[in-house]
Design a binder for this molecule. Sequence first.
Ligand code: 5GP
Length: 131
Amino acid sequence: MTLFQKIIDREIPAKIVYEDDDVLAFLDISQQTPGHTLVIPKKATASVLTAPEETIAVVNIQAAKIAKSLIDALGASGANLLSNAGEVAGQTVFHYHVHIIPRYEEDELKLDIKEHSSTIDEVYETIKEVF
Ligand code: 5GP
C-alpha cells in the first residue's frame, strides 16, 4: 500500500483541499512553491502510464479546476501541472498523481535535464511511425 492510499484512508493526516468520489487533492508536504498540491485518483494505479483513460481524464479535469482556484486564492500568475512517471522521471510515490505548482512572478523557471546527443531529425525518424 502506498503512502497516498493511507492519506485516502485517513490513516495519515494531510491538508486536504478538495475531495469527491473519484479524486483527492491535498497540499504537497514539500511546498515547492506556496500552494503546491497533489491531485490523485481514489482508485490506485501506479502512474499516468498505467492509468485507465477515464482516470486520467477525471484527475486532469479536477487538477485544472483546482489550479485556477489556487492561482486566484494565492495571487499566483500561473502554474506547472505535471506528472512524474517512473523513477528516472523523479517519481517517488507509485500512486498516479498530478502536481500543481503555482508560479509567482519572482520564481526562476529551472528545468534541470542533462542534454542528450540525438538530433531532432534522429528522434523524428524513430518515432514518426509509432502513433
Ligand atoms: P513524485 O516525486 O512521486 O512525483 O511526488 C511525490 C510527492 O509526494 C513529493 O512531492 C513529496 O513531497 C510528496 N510527499 C511525500 N510524502 C508525503 C506526505 O506524507 N504527505 C504529503 N502531503 N506529501 C508527501
